[in-house]
Design a protein around this ligand. Structure first.
Ligand code: ADP
Ligand code: X2W
Length: 291
C-alpha cells in the first residue's frame, strides 16, 4: 500500500520531466491579480508555486495588480471610483491611493509570502530604474476616445534592473505603476504591464491568473472554456469581450504578437494552478499561441 502511494507520486514527478527540460532557464512572467489574491490559503499556495518554479530552474517574474484592494482603500477614503472599458478612471487624488496600495501594501505582502521560503523575492515598482515609461491613455468607447485620467499606456520598458535580479538568482515582484517622461505617474492595468514586461524580457510564457476558469466562448454563459486559440482568432473575438477580460486578452495578444510563444489565462482560485499548467500534460485554462 505504501509502495503504491509512493509509486503514484513518482508517476506525477516523472510526468513533469519533459516540461522541466523544456522550460529550464526560461523566463516566465506571472501576473497575479486582485481577484485571485483575496483568499489567505491561496496566497500561500501561489507563493509556494513561484518558489517551486525557481527551484525547478525556471526564472519566474511576478507582476501584480490589486484592483479590489485599491477599490476598498478608495471606498474607505470616500473617493469615488469607476471603470471604463475595464480600466479605472484615475483622478490625481485616486492615483496617490493606487500607488500607495500597489507599491506600499500589495507588493511587500507578496514579497513577504515568497520570502517565507528564503531570500528570493525583491519588490520593485514599475517606476524604479525607468522600468515602465508610460503616456496618458484614452479608453475607446463605441469607437470614440474617452478621457480616463492618469491611466498610462506603456511606451518603453527598460528591463535591466529585472534582468540583474534574475541573474542574481532573485524573484522580481513588480507593481504596475509607471512613470512618464512628463514627470507624472500613471496607473497601468497590471495585465497590460505584465505583457509589456514579458515581451521586453523575451519570456517563454506569460501566465495571467484570474478568478474564472479561462476565456469563455459565450460569456456570460460559463459552460464552454476555450482551451486554445491563435492570435488571429483572439483578435477577431476582441470586440465581443467585456469588462476585465478586455485588458486581460489584449495582454495575451500583445505578448504573443511581441514574440512570447505562449500566453495563458488560468483560474487563480484553483490551488497550485501554476504547477498544473506548467508541469502537467493536460495543462489548464486558456492558451493563446501565434497564428
Ligand atoms: N469571455 C469571458 N470569459 C471569461 N470572463 C469574462 C469574459 N467576459 C467578461 N468576463 C469577466 O472578466 C472577469 C475577469 O476580469 P477581472 O475581474 O478584471 O480579473 P482580475 O481581477 O483577475 O484581473 C471575470 O470574472 C468575468 O466576470
Ligand atoms: C488602469 C487600471 O485599471 N489599473 C488597475 C491597476 C491594478 C490592477 O490591474 O489590478 P487587477 O489585476 O487586480 O485588476 C486598477 O486601478 O485597478
Amino acid at each position: 500500500m505504501r509502495l503504491t502511494t509512493a509509486q503514484s507520486k513518482a508517476q506525477a514527478l516523472i510526468e513533469a520531466l519533459p516540461w522541466l527540460t523544456r522550460f529550464h532557464g526560461a523566463v516566465v512572467v506571472v501576473k497575479y491579480g486582485g481577484n485571485a489574491m483575496t483568499d489567505e490559503s491561496l496566497k500561500h499556495r501561489f507563493a509556494e508555486d513561484v518558489v517551486f518554479l525557481h527551484h525547478a530552474g525556471l526564472r519566474p517574474v511576478v507582476v501584480h495588480g490589486g484592483g479590489p484592494q485599491i477599490s476598498s482603500a478608495l471606498d474607505r477614503l470616500g473617493i469615488e471610483s469607476t471603470f471604463t472599458a475595464g480600466l479605472r478612471v484615475t483622478t490625481p487624488e485616486a492615483m496617490q491611493v493606487v500607488r500607495m496600495v500597489l507599491t506600499g501594501q500589495v507588493n511587500p505582502e507578496i514579497v513577504g509570502l515568497i520570502n517565507h521560503h528564503g531570500p528570493f523575492a525583491v519588490g520593485m515598482s514599475g517606476e524604479d530604474a525607468h522600468l515602465f515609461t508610460a503616456v496618458r491613455k484614452h479608453a475607446i468607447v463605441d469607437g470614440e476616445p474617452v478621457d480616463i485620467g492618469q491611466v498610462g499606456e506603456i511606451i518603453k520598458v527598460e528591463p535591466g534592473a529585472v534582468r540583474a535580479l534574475l541573474d542574481d538568482g532573485r524573484i522580481p515582484v513588480v507593481s504596475s505603476v509607471a512613470r512618464g517622461d512628463d514627470g507624472q505617474i500613471y496607473n497601468v492595468n497590471a495585465d497590460t504591464a505584465a505583457a509589456a514586461l514579458a515581451v521586453a524580457l523575451k519570456a517563454q510564457k506569460l501566465i495571467v491568473l484570474t478568478d474564472v476558469e479561462g476565456l469563455y466562448a459565450n460569456w456570460p454563459d460559463d459552460t464552454d472554456v476555450i482551451d486554445q486559440l491563435t492570435a488571429d482568432e483572439l483578435a477577431a473575438m476582441m470586440p465581443t469581450l467585456s469588462s476585465g477580460m478586455v485588458p486581460k486578452m489584449e495582454a495575451c495578444l500583445t505578448a504573443v504578437q511581441g514574440g512570447v510563444p505562449q500566453a495563458h489565462v488560468l483560474d487563480g482560485r484553483v490551488p497550485h494552478s501554476l504547477l498544473l499548467e506548467i508541469f502537467t500534460n493536460e495543462g489548464i485554462g486558456t492558451m493563446v499561441i501565434p497564428s
